[in-house]
Ligand binder design. Sequence first.
Ligand code: F6P
Length: 519
Amino acid sequence: MTDLHEHAARLAPLALKDLAKSAPAPRLSAAGWTADVSRHFVDAATQDALVGYGQDAGLVSSIAQLFRGEIVNYSEDRPALHWALRMPDEDASDEIKQVRQSVQTALDFAEQLRTSRKLGTAARPFKSILHIGIGGSDFGPRLIQDAFSLERDRDIEVRFCANVDPQDFDRAVDGLSPQNTLVIGVSKSFGTEETLYNLDKAKTWLQGDIGEDWPQHLALITANRHRAEAWLEEPSNQIFDMPLSVGGRFSLWSAASLVCMLSLGPDLFRAFLAGANEMDQHVRTARMHDNMAARLALLDYWNTTIRGKRMRVLLAYANRLRFLPTYLQQLEMESNGKSTSPQGAALNIDTAPALWGGEGSIGQHSYHQWLHQGTQTPSAEFVLALDDSSERDGTRSLVAHALAQAEVLANGRSLEEIKHDEPELPDYVARQKVHPGGRPSTLLVTQQFDAHRLGALIALYEHRTYLAGILWGINSFDQWGVERGKVMAGAINDALTGATEVSDPVSAYWIDRFGKRFR
Ligand code: F6P
């Protein structure tokens, strides 16, 4: 079989425009989305070789393993059950029904509070929510809430607070009253410094106004109920479970998104779950050539590990998806930003690319210069999410920009074309205008964006991330790389108070420079 690197060398000099004309299975459809993968350095022979590599790497068996609830998170000896949170009960085993019950409990609480609009035994009017959480306990709920902010309940003000920087809390509560606020604390571990710091601030904020009733204005979502009750110092019927076998960055389907259930309503959230389940069914059953998650994972492997492109740029051509790049950075880079196999062997290949990007067309007035004429040629990914509720002319312009950007990235503009169009240009200026092209891209398009389609999109990226991890030989479900920094922060925090010293010369310099400020 021709080595994949030989395929890459053979295709590199070719024009994407020509490859697109004969691209094999160029467009894939699932759960209301279409993925156009025609503008990549892939032809029929390469496509077959890639699919063959994926089959040899065990993509098919890995999909089955995931959906059978088998151990796939080897270092923590757990299954990954994020898909179970959105599985309809009629299809679920008793174990899966138990996982799903945690979602139903939160939905029931949301339904009751939206009806009563009263907080605690004093029945204070419920008017606002302060969501406290970070990472997977923040990005997902924040993305959903922002995407459907026009569908929110106008009588409930929603704020988010994540950072240990005190400014975040102070700005989040600005204008809110403890009398009318439900504080939602989300932490799977119930051990994250930033979240515990902000929960302590929220406790003081509530106590200062409503005294001993403060726990009635608090809902906690965690996989560690014991720690939550210890922090509360009393039992509460407002502690909701996050299943231990659902990773933090895979938890937006769980009670972690209680804020969205309350603000956007249980029906919208159920549609979100249903969209994800529809994508699950596609990924479980589609043959490899047609499997959207598998094909995108193979392209990630192809562009990064074989073609050596160590970035991927995510361009969300939808204002409602402006937080999608940030959300996906955690999902993909915390899952696959690794260099050691589950067996402890060094992986001597390039694994996950650096994922960055932003909102289109905004980025065209910023980093698109770099994309078109810079010296690096990463693959780009356009997510175009349309719906009939948007004004037609503006939406048409947005679509035109997305398609134009993808076309120019791929086809460029040659010196000959420039000189033909602008013959009066001095040669040295004409050369500044050359767009090299040769930048591959994927288009992900839906024409009826709604909660169902957002659920399907995020489920697609979850499965793609898992399958790309299989191709790279990675456990996508742990995150040991985030632990050391936290431990060191504790040591440096102590040194900043003057209690201890540190050995690193640069840290020691700055601890000395800050002097008495923190003592
Ligand atoms: O430190 C990284 C991380 O553990 C993420 O994986 C997680 O989403 C985030 O911190 C928050 O963790 P928790 O939900 O346990 O507070």
